[in-house]
Design a protein around this ligand. Structure first.
Ligand code: NAD
Length: 465
């Protein structure tokens, strides 16, 4: 971990760290694929060893139950196994067949590391969203600097400790701090910036990156809608919706933000959601060991304000001291109220009934493109109509959240919900430059391309038809 003694010399420290990493990278120290695999194994081992510390830190920051810490944090980071298994194949230069015009020649695409990359993370899944991108960065042969969120301070410390124990800072380092530290980091010239956070800060990151023409991956948020058809298994749908919405007390970037429910099934769904919430968290979720807390007072107050923007069907209880907000179902929300304009990012679920699917689709089309979109229906035609007429980072049909757990499916947003994608091979590609190499020989030369061009134009025109 890099200790930034004071804001005055923080920039100097960051500069020194980057010079160190640049030197390490330029010396070719990250090029060997075998060494990258060893580093991934080291990271895996370190995460496994730090499991107890991580669980403790997440409980302190977010009241996160151990089951969720294991499933959604360290469990997700174990996609590292896939990188270890496939890296040799991913990193191999790919042969492609050149056109006849190039004869004789050979053509290859090399995946080369970008250099030194900055990874900035949010607080809501503070381990996964730091270490998963790091897997891609290491696999692709980069040096990396991580900036965890200051809003999950215990976890930030745990990550810094884990990385310091495992890697030399000239290869991977953690810089802890808040917005100012983040801004100082963003002033530097990186070879890639991988940012996970809100859309507003995403714009700041992109602006800073533009100063150096640094490419960015922006993993942002948004209002992810959940369509519910009348033809469903109501109980199963309710369980899967409640699970996706209320894990981590709703503070999940791909949580269903609001429901668009066929009016004919609304009552049955609300009943099933109530039964489900009772089964998940008991009569009083405030006493459940499996229900989380809101990350900060600011977010608690923001969410408490949103609670008043509809009729509470279920829940609605709050406790400011504990930053507790009960799992809440809201009816009668106005489409122009803030709750339907901003990302909720908390345990409040507005339920909007529709009479025609077209009307529900129009509602989604009128908003920014979301990170996720959910469809509950047995009807293929219903599913297809939504798939073809809406745009979102990803889609999950008849479940929630699980689309991001499939490493064969690249994960990322579109429009306001982000730029770029990762997970599995997509992470390797995100942190690589795919360099095209054409290899020619001194034998054979079609000299018609050289001046003088007299009498050659006719032939050229025939060739390019
Ligand atoms: P945030 O954008 O406020 O903060 C993210 C990071 O940016 C933090 O490390 C913070 O220190 C830094 N930061 C904050 N303000 C900054 C500024 N002005 N200049 C430079 N850096 C700054 O996000 P958050 O509140 O930590 O996380 C919640 C948001 O993240 C939600 O919108 C959620 O949807 C989104 N999110 C997206 C994903 C995804 O994978 N797409 C995952 C998790 C969270």
């Amino acid at each position: 971990m890099v200790q930034l003694a004071s804001q005055d010399n923080a920039a100097q420290d960051i500069g020194a760290l980057m010079r160190q990493q640049r030197q390490f990278f330029d010396a070719g120290s990250t090029r060997s694929v075998a060494e990258r695999v060893e580093n991934l194994k080291r990271l895996k081992q370190a995460v496994l060893e730090a499991q107890a510390d991580i669980v403790q830190a997440l409980a302190a920051d977010l009241g996160r139950p151990e089951f969720e810490a294991t499933t959604f944090e360290t469990g997700v980071v174990m996609e590292i196994n896939e990188a270890i298994k496939h890296l040799k194949r991913w990193a191999k230069p790919k042969w492609v067949m050149p056109s006849l015009m190039q004869f004789p020649s050979l053509a290859q695409i090399y995946a080369e590391p970008l250099g030194i990359v900055l990874i900035i993370g949010p607080w809501n899944y503070p381990v996964q969203l730091m270490l998963s991108p790091l897997v891609g960065a290491i696999a692709a042969g980069n040096c990396a600097v991580l900036k965890p969120s200051e809003l999950a301070p215990h976890t930030s410390r745990a990550i810094a400790h884990l990385i310091r124990k495992t890697f030399d800072p000239s290869f991977v380092a953690v810089v802890e701090g808040g917005v100012e530290t983040s801004q100082q980091l963003l002033e530097q010239r990186w070879d890639h910036i991988f940012f996970t956070g809100g859309t507003a800060v995403g714009k700041i990151v992109m602006q800073a990156a533009a100063q150096h023409l640094t490419p960015v991956t922006l993993e942002l948020g948004g209002k992810s809608p959940c369509f519910v058809d009348a033809d469903i298994d109501v109980m199963k749908a309710a369980q899967r919706i409640a699970w996706g919405k209320f894990i981590n007390a709703g503070q999940t970037c791909v949580a269903p933000d609001y429901l668009l429910v066929d009016r004919r099934v609304k009552l049955a769904l609300v009943e099933a959601l109530n039964t489900t919430l009772q089964a998940f968290y008991g009569d009083d979720p405030a006493t459940s060991p499996d229900y989380g807390r809101i990350v900060s007072d600011r977010h608690f107050e923001r969410l408490a304000r949103l609670l008043g923007q509809g009729a509470v069907l279920t829940g609605g209880q709050t406790n400011a001291e504990q930053r507790y907000i009960a799992p809440t179902l809201l009816d009668d929300v106005s489409l122009s109220a803030p709750i339907m304009q901003e990302e909720i990012f908390g345990p409040i679920l507005p339920i909007i009934a529709y009479d025609t699917l077209d009307e529900a689709i129009a509602l989604v089309q009128a908003k920014s493109k979301p990170l996720a979109l959910y469809i509950f229906s047995r009807d293929r035609d219903y599913q297809t109509r939504i798939l073809h007429r809406t745009s979102s980072g990803g889609v999950c049909i008849n479940d929630t959240i699980l689309q991001i757990a499939e490493s064969q499916l690249p994960f990322g947003g579109v429009g306001d919900s982000g730029i770029g994608r990762y997970h599995g091979k997509a992470s390797f590609d995100t942190f690589s430059h795919h360099k095209s190499v054409l290899r020619k020989f001194f034998r054979f030369d079609l000299d018609w391309r050289y001046a003088p061009y007299k009498n050659k134009l006719g032939m050229l025109k025939t060739m390019i038809k």
